[in-house]
Design a protein around this ligand. Structure first.
Ligand code: CA
Length: 271
């Protein structure tokens, strides 16, 4: 039974190997309270192992009662150790790593909030009204942990320059690192009507923000939005694996019944 005051969440996901890579080393997860994408790296399909460990570990968050922002941080640091330990047991997985980014519903100051977390250069965007009522805008919430991402954050490179810079694929933080990476954590209040996009760089390498916003605007169902974005990135070149998770915080609809949030939540595979 849904609890009064619990946010109504709907989510959808899609992933595709793309047109160039031989394997899909991206993974994603959707639970009632955790939504994440991980983009693995490493030879001999080890990237898929690392990103799989990351999302499987994140799915455990929220299964043991109330989660607070610090629990998310500790959990991510622990996952780094799990990936290192797996690599130590399997020599062919030595050096494997993964990005991980997403959203988690947490308790903050006594009420539900979002925690946006990030390690690496996958991204979380928010698509929602901001300053002008009725006008939704796309905003990147995470800061890329990449050489060019840090230069953009420091104002030394424009986003347009970063998009074509040869250093754009050099990730400065990843899970699977000998020194545990510091995850970025951002806490946000819940706002009905907001939509989040979590994606690997295979999406943002092919589509600019305007194209992404246009597709998020067009597709009402989050499953359709996730699938349409992936299809568009593959059609634009598909030079990398592409993965999307779209999360809608649905506005309360009095009298619309009390469908539990996760009843309508179903991942969708494309291709
Ligand atoms: Ca990638």
């Amino acid at each position: 039974m849904p609890v009064a005051g619990e946010p109504r969440i709907r989510a959808g996901a899609a992933t595709d190997v793309g047109l160039v890579r031989v394997a899909n080393e991206d993974n994603y997860v959707i639970t009632a309270s955790v939504f994440a994408v991980a983009d693995g790296m490493g030879g001999h399909a080890a990237g898929d192992v690392a990103s799989g460990l990351a999302v499987a570990g994140l799915a455990q968050l929220g299964t043991e009662g109330t989660v607070r922002p610090d629990d998310v941080r500790r959990h991510i640091v622990r996952l780094n150790g799990d990936i290192l330990a797996a690599a130590a047991r399997n020599p062919e997985q030595a050096g494997m790593g993964t990005t991980v980014t997403g959203l988690c519903l947490v308790d903050f100051a006594g009420s539900p909030h979002w925690v946006v977390f990030n390690v690496g250069d996958s991204r979380v965007y928010r698509y929602a009204e901001k300053d002008v009522p009725g006008v939704r805008v796309l905003e990147q919430l995470t800061v890329d942990h990449s050489e060019v991402g840090e230069l953009v954050a420091a104002g030394k490179l424009s986003p347009a320059e970063a998009a074509v810079d040869p250093r754009r694929n050099v990730v400065t933080r990843a899970l699977g690192s000998p020194a545990a990476p510091e995850p970025d954590l951002f806490v946000y209040p819940l706002t009905a009507g907001e939509r989040f996009l979590i994606c690997s760089d295979g999406l943002t390498g092919e589509l600019d923000d305007a194209a992404i916003a246009g597709l998020l605007d067009r597709e009402e169902d989050p499953r359709d939005a996730a699938a349409t974005l992936v299809r568009a990135a593959v059609a634009a070149g598909g030079r990398d694996n592409v993965t999307t998770v779209v999360v809608d915080h649905v506005a309360a609809d009095p009298g619309a019944g009390d469908t539990p949030a996760d009843d309508e939540t179903a991942p969708r595979q494309v291709g």
